[in-house]
Design a binder for this molecule. Structure first.
Ligand SMILES: O=C(O)[C@H](O)[C@@H](O)[C@@H](O)C(=O)NO
Ligand SMILES: [Mg+2]
Length: 381
């Protein structure tokens, strides 16, 4: 049975930071606070997931999560997920899908460790490695960073050299002056296509806020450049806008990434023709369990479902199913060493091989290698 549910907030070192609009960029090394959720059963087996310190506040843990989990069988994951998900309504926004996702993910890690199996095997063992696409950081004003179309082109060549067979651009967003700009986005997409040639799959994540007509203009340019998918050009709350766009474009429209509603809203996107490729991620839809439901939903419509975000939970669902074609590795930047191991970990979760693939972990559970000693010694809450 589950005996302990604890969140530890600890300090560690980071070398990226988010700007006032939440977009991540390279930064000088600095101390940050991270959190780890640990669910421990009566045999001392610990399910662990890294979490954002502000997402699993003590009030949420005490009033919503612990009453459901303590004394429960961790194998009853579907029952536990449903019990917690049905408490979201009454939490009046305090218990988010992201928080629910951390709990579900930690439960998968726990049962994988109990079974002595990697989670991707538990889910179905569909493949032992998956090709990664390079997902860039948003554009910036850093000289030689991602400040011009030429910077994107130069970085794209380096990424292909590194082994990537696909690249997704996040272009310029506020607070960069003049962003977002259809013209600037097109210039970056043209420069990258020119730099890497026709055989590399290219995607644009416009990161929302365009109008229908701006999105259409941008989408038409992507068609001419033979882009592989077009992501999040508009607010995803408007399904009808995406249906309108998808009907007019031949470049596949993918979504939703951040729209609320878990696998249920994704059923609406599929049946209303709002997307050609579905999208879901364990941090967006409430964990591994609903992400699998979105993947299986897409499969029933002969659709791919591309997984949002890097990390062990995304890898697990990609290893257990096969209608997501890519692992999103990022966010990447010419001035950021994505492979550098932070102090609270013993290894990164997703090393890339020379062919551009990430191999599934062999360890039981999710395979994250946390430096538990560092976390203990640097716990502040
Ligand atoms: O913070 C975010 O919204 C994500 O990092 C996002 O920018 C990026 O992961 C994304 O959009 N991927 O598709
Ligand atoms: Mg995205």
């Amino acid at each position: 049975m589950i005996e302990r549910v604890e969140v530890s907030v600890f300090t560690t070192t980071a070398w990226t930071a988010v700007d006032p609009h939440g977009h991540r960029h390279p930064s000088a090394e600095h101390e940050v606070r991270e959190a780890v959720l640990e669910i421990t059963d009566s045999d001392g087996v610990v399910g662990r997931v890294q979490a954002h310190p502000d997402q699993l506040r003590p009030a949420v843990l005490e009033s919503i999560v612990k009453p459901v989990l303590l004394g429960a069988d961790p194998w009853d994951r579907e029952l536990l997920w449903r019990k917690m998900a049905r408490k979201q309504r009454g939490s009046h926004g305090r218990f988010t899908d992201r928080a629910l996702g951390y709990v579900d993910t930690a439960l998968w890690d726990l049962v994988g460790k109990r079974a002595g199996l990697p989670v991707w095997k538990l889910i179905g063992g569909a493949r032992s490695r998956v090709p990664a696409y390079a997902s860039t950081m948003c554009g910036d004003e850093i000289p030689g960073g991602l400040s011009t179309p030429g910077d994107y082109a130069e970085f794209a060549k380096q990424l292909v050299e590194r082994g990537y067979r696909a690249i997704k651009l996040h272009t310029w967003m506020p607070p960069v002056p003049g962003a977002p700009s259809v013209r600037a986005d097109i210039a970056a997409c043209e420069a990258v296509r020119e730099a890497v040639g026709p055989s590399v799959a290219l995607m644009l994540d416009a990161n929302h806020w365009y109008s229908r007509t701006e999105a259409l203009e941008l989408g038409r340019a992507l068609e001419d450049l033979d882009y592989y998918w077009f992501e999040e050009p508009m607010e995803e709350a408007s399904i009808s806008s995406y249906r309108w766009l998808s009907e007019q474009l031949s470049v596949p429209v993918i979504g939703p990434e951040v729209a609320w509603g878990k696998h249920l809203s994704r059923a609406e996107w599929v049946t209303s023709g709002a997307c050609d490729i579905l999208r879901a991620g364990p941090t967006d839809v409430g964990g591994i369990s609903p992400t699998l439901k979105a993947l299986h939903l897409a499969e029933a419509f002969n659709m791919d479902c591309e997984i949002h975000g890097d990390g062990s939970a995304s890898l697990a669902v990609l290893g257990g199913t096969d209608n997501g074609r890519w692992y999103e590795r990022g966010l990447l930047h010419p001035h950021h060493d994505f492979d550098r191991v932070p102090p609270h970990r013993l290894a990164i979760a997703d090393p890339l091989d020379d062919e551009g693939f990430v191999t599934m972990p062999a360890a039981p559970g999710l395979g994250d290698e946390f430096d538990v000693e560092h976390i203990r010694q640097h716990t502040v809450e």
